[in-house]
Design a protein around this ligand. Structure first.
Ligand SMILES: C[S@@+](CC[C@H](N)C(=O)[O-])C[C@H]1O[C@@H](n2cnc3c(N)ncnc32)[C@H](O)[C@@H]1O
Length: 222
């Protein structure tokens, strides 16, 4: 449940990121990605925000999608590039170095789905709102935004428990990586504020993790 706190440490070694994330989370991160991929329609054109090493992209491609991924980290993208070579994903998976602050350069209404797993919790408040706003803009009418990330639990007592457990883990993470992640406090409201209709919010991991699916109003793409 709290393995996500260590993400920034694990990202320091991109070549082993997926394997170690899977081990630390006891397979939960892989299961989360399978659930996200399950929300993507076959034949869809998908934008993946912070695609990292491309593990999720490969799952979506297996289900018939084509994926444009971007990420701030050249080292993570190098692993994604190797995956494209090794798994023969060329033509179905493209990656480029880009931060979410460059999302305003992406075309309007171009994608059937936009996905972000374990990325929004790494962003500042301004970056996160900017990313959600432009995710909504680049979706075709009827297209889906799928977000999976650590969130603040809904009840005060669970939030307190979450904070108490996270605190020492955060201190360790910060000491090693000089970076932190933050559980999202207001994800569904921020998604709705961008003009999307929240269709699903599935909570797990003791209410501390959410899979959110939202749709851009208009004609369905499925
Ligand atoms: C925890 S990893 C998750 C990677 C991938 N989504 C996954 O689920 O395996 C977070 C990723 O977000 C990327 N990232 C962090 N801040 C970003 C930003 N401002 N713009 C684009 N990517 C960013 C990191 O480089 C990293 O690859």
């Amino acid at each position: 449940m709290f393995s996500y706190v260590f993400m920034k440490i694990l990202e320091m070694r991109p070549g082993s990121y997926d394997a170690r994330m899977d081990r630390v989370s006891k397979g939960r991160v892989r299961a989360v990605k399978e659930a996200v991929a399950g929300e993507i329609l076959a034949g869809g054109h998908v934008l993946e925000i912070g695609c990292g090493t491309g593990e999720l992209a490969a799952m979506m491609i297996q289900r018939g999608a084509t994926v444009d991924g971007f990420d701030l980290s050249p080292a993570m993208l190098a692993v994604a590039g190797k995956r494209i070579e090794d798994e023969g994903l060329g033509g179905r998976f493209s990656v480029r170095p880009l931060g979410v602050d460059g999302m305003d350069r992406l075309p309007d209404r171009a994608y059937d789905a936009v996905v972000a797993t374990l990325v929004l919790s790494e962003l500042s408040d301004d970056e996160r709102r900017f990313a959600i706003k432009h995710a909504a803009r680049v979706l075709k009418p009827g297209g889906r935004l799928v977000v999976a990330d650590e969130v603040a639990a809904r009840s005060m007592s669970r939030r307190l428990f979450q904070a108490l457990i996270r605190l020492p883990l955060m201190a360790l993470t910060y000491l090693v990586s000089r970076a932190l992640t933050r559980p999202l406090r207001n994800l569904t409201n921020e998604v709705a504020a961008a003009g999307l209709v929240v269709a699903k919010e599935a909570r797990s991991h003791g209410d501390a993790f959410a899979l959110v699916v939202a749709r851009r109003p208009g004609e369905e793409t499925d």
